[in-house]
Design a binder for this molecule. Structure first.
Ligand code: B12
Length: 243
């Protein structure tokens, strides 16, 4: 059903396999939760993979008062909309409905750690850019989870190494935010652009943000995608669609 909806892959794991993942706040961006904190009856976690082959999948719209997640004030600003999530949600909802029609509880989640859950679902490996790298599509992925009370057959976790000696993502990052399998979040252009109100970010990062981030309108921007775009894994699949 996921393939029929337009996802390129899907995988299943059990909540027990996600016991020791990193939960809690990630640098003021998001509070990552355990599947059972969101759905107490959860028996299976499904990860759906959208092929995000163009950087416009990272288009985001923020209201004029938006200063960043750490400053969020519901009275003053509406929450940002992120293209990849919007597309994934519309494709995933029929699967949620199908599970519910069959008597199971089911709901979407973007709050569990999606990359590491994807790895547990056999969908790929953690790359040197810290993203989930799928053997066919590389890191150009939009991830979405469905938590359900249905007890489904689980997939085998991914264990292959896809990066080898390659360091393209590390070399290409304009702010030098990456070291192998690690990111300095304060140097990531995406963190900078999503947090315009943060005054303590390195000044060279703010300068590069002004130079490199595309802003289609005053209230929108396209998130930096360089560390995903340069990855040789799945490059052929992305190029196939491009002009
Ligand atoms: C917080 C967040 C950010 C933050 C912090 C990034 C980060 N790496 O944590 C900021 C704002 C910087 C960010 C930026 C981006 N993000 Co973001 N982000 C998230 C979010 C909400 C949580 C990420 C998370 O779990 N962080 C926790 C830390 C601890 O995880 P980690 O860095 O991966 O560290 C683990 C591994 O690296 C591993 N590890 C550490 N060392 C080693 C060593 C070895 C050898 C190995 C194997 C593993 C390993 O262990 C660590 C702990 O488990 C997710 C959505 C979600 N709910 O999961 C999206 C998400 C990860 N982001 C995504 C994307 C696409 C991006 C951007 C490309 C921007 C864009 N265009 O959309 C950039 C890429 C920057 C980068 N290289 O990470 C996608 C990733 C798709 C994919 N292929 O994996 C997600 C899943 C959103 C989505 N729905 O699709 N993001």
């Amino acid at each position: 059903m996921a393939l029929e909806q337009g996802f390129v892959a899907a995988g299943i794991t059990s909540p027990e396999s996600l016991g020791d993942l990193p939960y809690g706040w990630v640098a003021d961006v998001k509070e990552l939760k355990r599947p059972a904190e969101e759905l107490s009856e959860v028996k299976s976690v499904i990860i759906l993979v959208l092929h995000a082959w163009d950087r416009v999948f990272g288009l985001q719209i923020d209201s004029p008062n938006w200063k960043g997640y750490g400053f969020h004030s519901p009275e003053e600003d509406i929450e940002g909309y992120y293209m990849s999530y919007m597309i994934s949600m519309s494709k995933a909802l029929p699967i949620v409905s199908y599970l519910r029609e069959n008597g199971f509880k089911a709901q979407l989640s973007t709050t569990i750690p999606l990359k590491t859950t994807g790895k547990a679902c056999g969908l790929g490996q953690t790359g040197k850019n810290t993203l989930l790298v799928n053997p066919t599509y590389g890191p150009r992925l939009g991830l979405m989870a469905i938590l359900t009370s249905a007890e489904l057959e689980t997939d085998t976790p991914f264990t292959d190494d896809l990066c080898g000696e390659c360091t393209r993502c590390i070399d290409a990052c304009p702010t030098e935010a990456l070291t192998p399998y690690n990111i300095d979040i304060q140097r990531c252009l995406t963190y900078a652009v999503e947090n315009p109100g943060k005054t303590d970010l390195p000044s060279d990062v703010r300068e590069l943000e002004a130079k490199l981030i595309t802003r289609p309108t005053k209230n929108s921007f396209i998130e930096c995608y360089i560390c995903a775009e340069v990855c040789p894994v799945g490059e052929d699949k992305a190029k196939k669609y491009r002009r």
